[in-house]
Each structure stands twice: as C-alpha cells, then as structure tokens.
Design a protein around this ligand. Structure first.
Ligand SMILES: [Zn+2]
Length: 148
C-alpha cells in the first residue's frame, strides 16, 4: 500500500487559517495590490478584483482601514465610486473557506478510515510489525484498535 500524503491535510488547515484571518481582517480593512489599472485585494469580507478604465494614481501594495458594509454574497458592481465603467468583482471569502474546510475535514476522515492496520501518523503498513511502535516513524499504536 502506498504511503498516504499526510501533508495535504495540514496544507488544508493552513489554508483555512489563512482564509479565516483574511476574511475577518477584511471586515474592517482593505489590503491588496494595485497595478496599472487593476486592483486585487481583500476587503468587505471578499476577495475583490477591480478593473478601471484609467491608469490608477496609486500603485503598489496598500492597506487601509475602512468601514463599508460587508458583502455576504458574490457581487459585481459596474461604474460605482464615481469612476466611469469600472468593474468590481467580489467573491466572499466564506465560499473558498467552506470549500477548503470541507476538503480538509474529508482529508482527515479519509486518513483515519482508509488506513486500518496502518500507522495513523505516516500510513505505514503495520500488519507485519511486531513491536508496539511504527517501525517507520516511531508512533506508538494499540494493536487491538488497528484490527477494527
Ligand atoms: Zn508511522
């Protein structure tokens, strides 16, 4: 049996923490990057992409405090904020958070379920291991539980 890719779920956990911090932080601040006429940032609880029909006066990384209303649903705004035909796209961060969170939970359950008789830490096949610890990574295990 192949060794599980145990790091996948931890990448998922890290992504969840990152998304959660970004989401909550964007409730009262905006932070992102402004290019020539495109901005990409986190604000109002969303991942926001703005496209403007003119060259932006301030370019580069930015962070600012703000207290706009939080958007809970995806939204497209045309020509607001007094700029002609600009387009703002908002993707609420709870959507990727939910997807990544669900995938991470599945990865954890997948690990536990798919490995009877295998080390719960590294996935090593323990069926021929005679000691009480995994010979691959040293994690102790209870043989009775492994035979469920
Ligand atoms: Zn192990």
């Amino acid at each position: 049996m192949k060794r599980k890719r145990g790091w996948v779920k931890w990448v998922g956990v890290a992504a969840c923490v990152f998304l959660l911090c970004g989401w909550i932080g964007s409730f009262w601040s905006a932070f992102g990057y402004a290019g020539r006429n495109v901005t990409v940032d986190l604000s109002v609880g969303c991942f926001e992409v703005g496209v403007y029909p003119f060259v932006l006066s301030k370019q580069g990384w930015f962070a600012s405090r703000m207290n706009y209303e939080v958007y809970w649903l995806p939204k497209v705004i045309h020509g607001s904020f007094g700029t002609l035909r600009s387009t703002l796209l908002f993707l609420p961060l709870w959507i990727p958070l939910l997807l990544v969170g669900a995938a991470t939970i599945l990865a954890f359950r997948h690990d536990g379920r798919l490995a009877p008789g295998h080390c719960q830490t590294c996935g090593y096949d323990l069926s021929h291991v005679k000691s009480d610890t995994c010979s691959e990574c040293g994690t102790p295990f209870k043989r009775n539980e492994q035979k469920l």
